[in-house]
Design a protein around this ligand. Structure first.
Ligand code: 5GP
Ligand code: MN
Length: 336
């Protein structure tokens, strides 16, 4: 049940309360944009909050207004611990299972704070007291707009807030392309543009801002690493740790790579397996009725949306690749 309106009296008293905003591991534009959109909105109504991320994030997000105040848990563990412990309200944005925020999960769980969930992923775990949740929203940034609307404050949205929110709506809908893009999404985006978001500049900041080596890395993956498993209408790219090192790949650089597979005629399922230092990270994208999130959950301890999901494994990359290929047989009926 969405009961977010009930938080309004608490927020009115919030000038004396301690507020933390957090979002998922390796935040993308929706995760960081919703956090900073909310942060800037709270500032506007006179409330100071701290944005805490479980990890770092891509350089291409660092233009966002308020970004310089974000605190990375990996860099300032003790500081983040005390912020979460002493918080009165914790906003949890763009995730709904505490394991998505790594070690911060236990701290959030143990904190006496009221927890507020604003999210659009399937099957919320239910750790929160206040909720604004639906899978019908294109993005968490769209939900933050709804939140501000529910608070009766759309008139307070300025260029800073609008730019953060527009960025996440743009990326989570793949530039208004995914099925999740509704008439409401367009209306929200239009309002954000009226409030000062510069759509072309935001597009450039995010999509025309890659390093030369990242661009060459994409070329390398498409030319030399792409496997087409014809029998399963599946595209697969497996990237080793050595390749990541050779191309000096940093956080955010692999974003979007998995989508190329899906752009090939006839391909229904596209998968990227990356050998990150801590774990083997997988990205899944599908078309039509192939349940990418169910597949991710069943075999790779993951989840996500129906057509865009992720997972991970601690096994060596060769084993992960083999396990993935074996799992495809179970889903053959979906992939004909
Ligand atoms: P991406 O491939 O862009 O990392 O993730 C796509 C979607 O899958 C995201 O919306 C995210 O919510 C979900 N996702 C990615 N990795 C994981 C994971 O390890 N666990 C779960 N539950 N969801 C994930
Ligand atoms: Mn999102």
């Amino acid at each position: 049940m969405n009961n977010i309106k009930e938080i309004q009296p608490l927020l009115r008293a919030a000038k004396s309360l301690k507020i933390v905003i957090t979002t998922h591991h390796k935040p993308d534009a929706d995760a960081l944009g919703s956090s900073l959109g909310l942060y800037n909105y709270l500032l506007k109504i006179g409330i100071q909050a701290n944005v805490v991320t479980p990890t770092d994030y891509g350089e291409f997000l660092k233009w966002m207004p308020g970004e310089s105040s974000v605190i990375n848990f990996e860099e300032k563990e003790k500081h983040c611990e005390s912020l979460v412990r002493e918080a009165d309200i914790i906003f949890c944005l763009d995730f709904n299972a505490l394991k998505r925020i790594n070690k911060l999960g236990n701290l959030v769980s143990a904190s006496k704070a009221e927890k507020v969930l604003i999210d659009h992923h399937l099957e919320p775990e239910g750790f929160e007291q206040f909720r604004l949740w639906t899978t019908k929203a294109s993005s968490t940034c769209e939900l933050i707009f709804w939140f501000i609307e529910i608070m009766g404050d759309v008139n307070l949205i300025d260029e800073e807030i609008a730019s953060c929110l527009y960025a996440g709506i743009m990326t989570d809908t793949a530039s208004f392309k995914h099925g999740s893009t509704t008439a409401t999404t367009h209306r929200v985006a239009a309002t954000l543009i009226e409030k000062g978001a510069k759509s072309n500049k935001i597009f450039e900041a995010i999509y025309d801002n890659y390093s030369e080596s990242r661009t060459r890395f994409i070329g390398f993956c498409l030319n030399e690493k792409l496997q087409i498993l014809h029998e399963f209408h599946t595209a697969l790219i497996v990237v080793t740790a050595e390749e990541l090192k050779n191309f000096k790949i940093i956080t955010g650089d692999s974003e979007g790579l998995v989508n190329y597979g899906l752009s090939i005629t006839g391909i229904k399922f596209s998968v990227l397996i990356i050998d990150r230092t801590v774990a083997r990270k997988m990205s899944f994208r599908s078309k039509d009725n192939f349940p990418a999130n169910e597949f991710a959950r069943k075999y790779f301890n993951g989840g996500g949306h129906f057509n865009a999901a992720g997972g991970e494994s601690n096994e060596p990359i060769e084993l992960v690749e083999n396990k993935f290929k074996a799992a495809l047989h179970d889903y053959k009926n979906y992939l004909n």
